[in-house]
Design a binder for this molecule. Structure first.
Ligand SMILES: [Zn+2]
Ligand SMILES: [Zn+2]
Length: 270
């Protein structure tokens, strides 16, 4: 499935697709300054204690380059012809990030380490995670190869600690494997096939599924106990499209209409 085919059948997603593409192009033109992989031996104890990588006090990651990427990204967007509301928010954020220590505090705020009041939290979270995910990519990749998935199995991201934005069901003999996907840093990790990752209800607590008319690959799964839902991609091969979160914003609308709760922050609540 390509993005064009998807947009042809979901034309209401076009404006968010264009916006996302604009930001991606702006981010791709900046040097990423790829983060240095930590020494895994220092982290193994915290990993076994299920402390996410970015929250471990035994791992020192230099976030300064990510702060610089964020500042450059906002600066380049503030100078671009964008829709008026967005352009105005970018200019305000651009000014705010020029204040002393503001970029450092903004990145720490994304990681839940600091109280910071961005003028436009939705936009700041979106652009901030775009910058941070780009910078952290080498670490996220190396971490995926290093970790023993069987030792995690938690309902939050092993890299940044966020709840999952989406799930994926992959055929795996003799049944299915469930992966969770972080909407912020882009990590995908394994989770139990059944059970709710939000309230970690006992393993026998199955999620119920809502099939969506006309959607072969996507469905909504939800927990009867805590009423949280998880958009789920049932398949393989089109992860970048189906796990992008924005490509299934219509499922969020359907889930909310049914009184279900989204417990993961969305980057697309702008
Ligand atoms: Zn994450
Ligand atoms: Zn639950």
């Amino acid at each position: 499935m390509t993005e064009d085919t998807w947009l042809a059948s979901h034309p209401y997603l076009r404006s968010i697709a264009e916006f996302d593409a604009q930001i991606a192009t702006a981010a791709a033109s900046l040097p990423s300054g790829g983060a240095r992989t930590p020494n895994w031996e220092d982290y193994i104890g915290d990993y076994q204690a299920r402390i996410p990588l970015l929250r471990s006090s035994h791992v020192a990651i230099d976030f300064q380059p990510a702060e610089a990427i964020l500042v450059s990204l906002v600066e380049s967007l503030a100078a671009k012809p964008l829709p008026e509301k967005l352009a105005a928010e970018c200019r305000v954020l651009d000014n705010q990030l020029r204040e002393m220590n503001a970029a450092r505090r903004a990145v720490a705020w994304l990681l839940d380490d600091e109280v910071f009041k961005p003028a436009h939290p939705g936009l700041t979270r979106y652009l901030g995670w775009t910058a941070l995910a780009r910078y952290l990519r080498p670490i996220v990749d190396a971490f995926s190869s290093w970790r023993d998935e069987e030792r995690w199995f938690c309902g939050y991201c092993p890299t940044c600690g966020s709840p999952p934005a989406m799930a994926q069901l992959v055929a795996f003999e003799p049944g299915h494997l469930r992966l969770l996907s972080c909407g912020f840093c882009g990590t995908r990790w394994r989770y139990r096939r059944i059970g709710c990752p939000f309230c970690e209800s006992a393993g026998d607590h199955r999620l119920s599924a809502v099939a969506i008319d006309g959607e072969k690959h996507l469905r909504i799964e939800f927990c009867e106990s805590c009423r949280a839902y998880l958009k789920t991609y049932n398949g393989e091969g089109s992860e970048s499209l189906f796990l992008a979160d924005w490509t299934s914003l219509h499922l969020d609308v359907i889930a909310r209409d049914r009184g279900l709760k989204r417990l993961a922050n969305s980057l697309y609540e702008l």
